[in-house]
Design a protein around this ligand. Structure first.
Ligand code: ZN
Length: 195
């Protein structure tokens, strides 16, 4: 990946927000908007905090004393907020992550951290789904990984074709989750409501 261009100063970022306010037709000098650039830049620090995080680190801290447990581990309904890289509009959804351990497991909260660290970047849902699966496979090296992401894209629900209630579902299956229909079916069964 080419080096990202140098990070602009906070003043430049706030000036860009004022430009967008003017572009929208408003006056950044009016009282109600005076602090808005500062708030927006703060919010960006939060929404895009994933760039400062290396998700691999979450998968490196493992433990092996699991009493021989070698069945599927699934964390479902991991809520996330992301932003689409095409419109910078929110993507709101849930991820479900499963893996088949090969002798070592990670703390369950680490799976949620991995989802969050990729979500808090500009994203394409398909890419994020693959990134989550790939980092778990590459670093933890389980016998298989399954990731299902379902999300609504506000660039589609609040503008453009204005389709409310439409969600997009993407999945990435690796190892046993891809090659073994029974493993995949078991994983998908875990994701059904009430399972
Ligand atoms: Zn979009």
């Amino acid at each position: 990946m080419p080096d990202a261009p140098a990070k602009p100063s906070r003043e430049e970022a706030e000036a860009a927000v004022r430009t967008l306010l003017r572009w929208s037709g408003d006056d950044p000098g009016r009282e109600g908007l005076l602090d808005t650039p500062r708030r927006v830049v703060d919010a960006y620090g939060d929404w895009f905090s994933g760039y400062a995080v290396d998700p691999r680190e979450y998968m490196e801290r493992t433990f092996e004393e699991v009493g021989g447990y070698d069945e599927m581990i699934v964390l479902r309904d991991i809520e996330f907020e992301s932003h689409c890289e095409h419109h910078m509009a929110p993507i709101i959804g849930k991820a479900h992550v499963g893996y088949l351990p090969d002798g070592k497991v990670v703390g369950i909260s680490k799976l949620a951290r991995v989802v969050e660290s990729y979500a808090r970047r500009f994203q394409v849902q398909e890419k994020m789904t693959a990134q989550i699966a790939n980092v778990i496979q590459d670093v933890l090296q389980p016998r298989g990984v399954g990731v299902v992401v379902e999300a609504t894209h506000e660039c589609m629900t609040t503008r453009g074709i204005h389709k409310r209630g439409v969600s997009m579902v993407t999945s990435k299956m690796l190892g046993g989750f891809r090659d073994d229909a029974r493993t995949r079916a078991e994983f998908l069964r875990f994701l059904r409501p009430g399972a």
